[in-house]
Design a protein around this ligand. Sequence first.
Ligand SMILES: [Zn+2]
Length: 459
Amino acid sequence: MARLGFLGAARTVTGSQYLLEAGGRRVMIDCGMFQGQKPLRLRNWADPCEDPAGIDALVLTHTHLDHIGRVPRLVKRGFRGPVYCTPPTVDLAEILLLDAAHLQEEDARYYNRKGLTKHKPALPLFDESDAREALKLFRAAPKGQRHELDDVFSFGYREAGHLLGAASADVRVRENGRETRVLFSGDVGRYDAILTKDPEGAGDADYLVIESTYGNRRHSDVSVLDQLEGALKRTFARGGVLLVPAFAVGRAQQMIWMMDELVTQGRMRPFPIHLDSPMAVDATRVYAAHPEAHKEALGNAAGRSLFHGKWVHLRRTRDESMALNSMGGPMVIISSSGMLAGGRILHHCRQRLPRPENMLLITGYQAVGTLGRALVDGKAEVRIHKSMVPVLAEVRSLKGLSGHADAEELVRWLGDVPKPRRVFVTHGEEESALALAARLERERGFATHVPEMGETVEL
Ligand SMILES: [Zn+2]
C-alpha cells in the first residue's frame, strides 16, 4: 500500500514537501524552505525528513525557494539520488540556490558581527559549496514525456503556468499489478497571464494534491497594461524616472515584456529600460534561452529576443549601476529586491524618492515590516542605510500581477475531472485551504482533506 506524507506546506503556504512511499521505494516531491514568521523559519533547521540517504529520487515542481530551498540541506544530510525538474528549472535553480546561499552566509556574518546570536558562531542554513553539491544532482526532465524512476514510480510533468519551467507532477505508483495516479498541482498559475502559458488542466487522477494560496480569494480583473501605461505616461510627462522594485526571477522579465508590449502596440514611444540587478540579468538570459517555454514569441522584428532589445540595458556591474545615478528621465529602472529588503534598489530609492517627478511602482506583495510596506502605507519619510530619506516621489502599486490562480481559476484548472478518490488541499493558509476544500465538496462532491503538518495517509 502506498503512503503519502505531508512534510511541509500543510495549513501554511511555504515549505512544500511531500513523500510518497510504496514497494520499498521512497520519492520526495519538492523540498522547499519555510518562509515568514520565526516559528516557521526555525523548521528549516530540522532535517527535511527521516533518513535522507534512503530517499530514492526527488521530483521538483518549480524553482521558487519555498519549493527547492531545502534541497542543499537534504543533500548535506545524505541524499544522493537524482533531482528531477524541467530544463528551465535546472537553469533557474542554479541562480536561485546560489543567491540564497550567499544571503544565508551574509546573514550569518551579520549576526556574528553584531553578536545577535545564541549560537556561537551563527551558521548559514547552507553555503555556496552545499548549493553546488546539490546542483550536481539536478537532471532535466522535459514536459510531455513519462520518466521511469524504477519498477514502482514514474512521473510526467504538465504545464503549471506559474513561472518559467513550472510544472504539475503527475506521479504513477505501480504496486501489486495496480497503478495509482497521484497528481501534485505544484503552484498553479493564472489564465491569460503575462509571459506564462495557461496551466494545463488537472487531468484525471486517483489522488490530487492541490495548492490553495488564494483558495478563498478572487483577483481583480483591471488591466495591468492599462495601469502600467498610465504610470509610465504620468511619470514621463513630468520628466521623471519610474523606479520598479521587482523580484529578479519572473517579475522583472514580466515588466520588460509589458513595457515592450506597450511600445509594440503603439501606445508608447520607445524609452530606455535599465535592468539593474546581476541576478535579474542572469535570469533574463535563462528566459531568453527558453523561448519554447513562454506563451508568446519573444523575438522582435529584427529576430532578437525582446530581452536583448535596443532599449533594454542590462546592468551587471557596480559601475554600470552607479552610472545610472547621473541619468535623468524619462527612463525606467528595474531592480531588486522586490520588497526593498536589500539590494541595489535601496541606492536608487535614496537617489530618486526625494524628487516629486519620479514614481516608485510596487509590483508585488509587501510583507509587514519591510521598507516596501512602509512606502505603500504612505510614509512621508523612510530610513534607508541609516539615513532618513524624504518621500516626495509618487508611490503606486500595480494590481493583478499575482503568479497564483485565484479560487475561480483553481476550479477552472480542475475542469470536469472525474471525482478523485481524495483531494488533499495544501499550500495555503489554514482558512484558504479550508475554504477551497469546502467549496470543492459543495460544488463538485469531492472527498477532501486538509492535512496537518507531518501527517501521513495511506492511499
Ligand atoms: Zn511558486
